[in-house]
Design a protein around this ligand. Sequence first.
Ligand SMILES: *Cc1c(COP(=O)(O)O)cnc(C)c1O
Length: 466
Amino acid sequence: MNNLKNIPSMDEILNHSEVDGLIKKYNRGFVLRAARQVVTTMRGELRQYPEELGKDQIMPMLIGKLINSIENLSRPTLQHVINGTGVVLHTNLGRAPLGEKALFYLMQMGGRYNNLEMDLEKGERGSRYGHVEELIRAITGAEAALVVNNNAAAVMLGLTTLGKNREVIVSRGQLVEIGGAFRIPEVMKLSGARLVEVGTTNKTYLADYAQAITEETALLFSAHTSNYKIVGFSAEVKIEELVALGRERNLPVMQDLGSGILLPLEQWGLREEPTVQECIASGVDVLTFSGDKLLGGPQAGIIAGKKEYIEAMKNNQLLRALRVDKLTIAALEGTLLEYLAGNPMQNIPVLRMLSSDIGELRKRSMRLKRKLQAKLKDHPRIESLKSVVLEDMVGGGAFPTHKLPGHGVEIRFRGINLEEVALRLRRSRPALLTRKQENSMLISVRTLLDREEDSIVELLAEVISR
Ligand SMILES: *Cc1c(COP(=O)(O)O)cnc(C)c1O
């Protein structure tokens, strides 16, 4: 069927009253490009179309597609997702949601000039790296500190500054991939340091490190295995022992902590990982950790440790490519200030979620269930709605085997596929990400933020009523 001849010309399209409206509202060049794109797509579709269509039929189809395409493009793709998964540090969902103080500084500094690189005392150029250094030192007890784009950058900067063209000794049990393609051996290769593997996958002893030290050795390196854990017949060298060996042989020790907690979380059952302060106190020369994992701040990589090594990193040209923006500094300062005063367990969202007690979570899941019931009780597509006990996760590669006792709502549907409901929820605005367990949908309340409960009720009612 030759429908192509009935596709309106670009002039006809642009003169159409609805397109005229679009051109008044949006950038003209943008509308034009979108219209050309829609025409190209329609040519393909109409070629296959079994019946003959007149221009008066094609025009409204075309205009509809154009409006859709423009509306899609003119909305930001980065959008609000309600996290109903119960995974607190969900890397796919932007990791740590920021607290109020961080958001406040972010807004204040984002829209104004500031002293990012100005020493206001002297009226001269200053350093952007000076801003959070004092705070990090005060909180961690480290001699010096430096903040870069993320922890991967921190590890890279540390390895290349201290180990380039020389040997860095690492346990085979720590040659891990963290996710998002961060692999210790690859990072090592990129840094220009030569990796010297010691021990075996499950067991490495101090003697293995000691025997591998040569004239060429620059650094002893230890990586937290984060999202992975060897259980059973296994042994790793304690960081204190590695530090003692480093002292004895005059070699620095660098530890990639990954998550990096600034407060002991034992009270909440999270006791397997040392705090940043403990690592610094044990004498590690260079410690790296993320800003947006358990610290609860923006994406950043924090390097804390001995002044001589941090200074060397500050003088490395690579730092220019890894440097942090004013927005990061503002949000990080806002987050770190919560650790100095006030109540970080309450004011930093990640810590608040991790420390929510089960009674509180239960109350919230009962409330969500009641709200859902009030709206959906007699809905033909709801089979059952229950408040249930479930297990949440820390996420972000921290405490990988630790299950947090949680609470949530379990929903069973009828006459509609569970996957279909989940897909519609992901497509909604805001999107809602849920968990699946056999034939039911689970929504954990631990990771819900203020006012998201009511949105969940609205969203669910909407998607199952279509
Ligand atoms: C998460 C993690 C990284 C990467 O940190 P980013 O801040 O995501 O770059 C590196 N090492 C370890 C051990 C980690 O857990």
